[in-house]
Design a protein around this ligand. Structure first.
Ligand code: CS2
Length: 475
């Protein structure tokens, strides 16, 4: 099949976008053109625009991949989403993305949009590493953005933080129309995290008006916290072929996802936004209980399944769930972590029931390797705060210890999942002589010197390693 999806592709009624993209205007700038955005915020925005009649369109910015931008433009910014429902897959085209830009070559256009009063929302899915935080303090790693700190205000910048800070600075210089900047990444307090790295970037810049810019950003920009949820596995060739068959044309940007999706947002916006609540998004005063429940139970179990599943020779989440320990692990981890969750969120045991069903979905080919990537950043959000809180209360933590031991093992394998700290992690194995020392060194790389000093913990983790090396998961 050689024809590509475009605005002129004749589609059957069920596959057509909910909106006519020609009727939308670019009022949202999104950073991070990955599958998650295409299966989540873009869908909420499309439905919100369709149901309200308001012309909310997205200009999606790819931080790295100019190839994705070209591919999307070649398809008039259309792509399909296939939902893996129990009664069979359903494929339809999403119409909310109206333009695609690449961060380097399109720096001018991105700057213009960020300063445009018509644009009142910025969203981000740039993963944990896109925030360039220091493991020890959580603040901006100025060394990692050093090149951007001395770049001209017009760019081009190499980081999203630099692009965003410069764009917000230009906006405030042009009058400072209020805008909301919405992090949609899996981090606790994601709004505060983003606000902090942007502020610290401006403070460290050489801009003569940086103090005034910081004041104006504080007055005119809001950074609401959010919780995003939808399982979006990487596409396989078979998925791509199935999407093409359903559409009758090729779609290089097709995505596939579970039917379930959720978006909880802090009700703190500086300016008009799409009425996402029309598509089920929840606006609340405080997202923390939802955020921690999702991070520690869903993402925490995911990471545990990823490293333990790999140790036991499995490839996907559904495979690991089919092992005799899979469901037990999810339930035991949820039960262990539940006491650390604030009141006001979902009931942890009902949440665990739902997770088991979602993770078992055999139609989802969700690779353990995909989830295991960037572990040094993920587990510091997903496991370590709960581990710290439980140990501070003298509560035992056997499941987190087991999961942590599996991650420890993963850092040594020659085929370790990709990780920005891969070199530092691998070095821990060369500079230590006993398993306990290695565990301690790894915890220090994660910025957790307190846990590295917890002898009972490091010993318990080290004691788990031999069984795991033999592929035995003992819960
Ligand atoms: C996963 C998440 O890849 C991962 O690390 O745990 O992407 C997970 O699928 C989503 O957060 C679900 O909402």
């Amino acid at each position: 099949m050689s024809a590509r999806l475009s605005r002129t592709t004749p589609l059957v009624a069920e596959a057509r976008p909910a909106v006519d993209p020609a009727q939308l205007r670019p009022r949202i700038v999104h950073f991070g053109l990955g599958a998650f955005h295409r299966a989540h915020q873009a869908v909420y925005t499309e439905n919100a625009a369709a149901r309200s009649g308001e012309p909310w369109g997205i200009t999606a910015v790819a931080p790295r991949s100019a190839r994705t931008v070209r591919a999307l433009r070649d398809q008039d910014c259309l792509y399909s989403l296939t939902e893996r429902r129990p009664d069979g897959p359903r494929t339809r085209v999403v119409g909310s993305v109206v333009d695609a830009l690449a961060m380097g070559p399109d720096a001018k256009a991105i700057g213009t949009l960020l300063a445009d009063p018509e644009v009142t929302v910025v969203t981000l899915t740039v993963t944990e590493k896109g925030y360039h935080r220091l493991a020890a303090t959580g603040g901006l790693d100025t060394a990692a953005v050093a090149a951007d700190l001395v770049t001209d205000p017009d760019g081009p910048f190499t980081t999203v933080v630099g692009t965003l800070a410069a764009g917000l600075a230009a906006r405030t210089r042009a009058g400072g129309t209020p805008i909301s900047v919405v992090s949609c990444d899996n981090m606790a307090d994601n709004g505060a995290v983003l606000s902090r790295v942007v502020r610290e970037f401006v403070a460290a810049s050489h801009w003569p008006d940086r103090v005034r810019i910081m004041d104006r950003i504080a007055e005119t920009v809001r950074f609401p916290a959010t919780v995003v949820d939808r399982i979006v596995p990487a596409m396989t060739e078979a998925d791509r072929i199935a999407a093409a068959t359903a559409l009758g044309v090729r779609d290089e940007l097709a995505v596939t996802a579970e039917p379930y999706r959720q978006w909880v947002l802090e009700d703190s916006f500086a300016a008009p936004r799409p009425p996402w609540e029309l598509d089920g998004a929840l606006f609340v005063r405080d997202v923390t209980p939802y955020q921690l429940t999702k991070l520690r139970l869903l993402n925490g179990s995911h990471s545990a399944l990823a490293y333990l599943g790999t140790a036991a020779g499995h490839t996907t989440i559904a495979d690991a769930m089919a092992a005799d320990w899979g469901e037990r692990l999810v339930r035991a981890l949820c039960a262990e972590v539940a006491p650390t969750l604030p009141a006001g969120g979902p009931d942890p045991s009902a949440y665990a029931d739902d997770l088991v069903v979602r993770f078992r979905n055999p139609a989802m080919h969700h690779l353990l390797r995909q989830i295991g990537s960037d572990g040094s950043l993920k587990i510091t959000e997903r496991w370590l705060p709960a581990l710290r809180a439980l140990r501070a209360h003298g509560t035992s933590t056997p499941v987190l210890e087991l999961a942590f031991a599996a991650w420890v093992l993963s850092t040594r394998r020659t085929d370790a999942p990709s990780d920005p700290a891969a070199d530092a992690l691998a070095a821990c194995w060369n500079t230590t002589t006993t398993p306990v020392e290695t565990v301690r060194a790894l915890l220090r790389v994660l910025g957790s010197t307190d846990l590295a000093g917890d002898d009972a913990l490091t010993t318990a983790v080290a004691d788990r390693l031999p069984a795991l090396r033999a592929g035995r998961i003992e819960i």
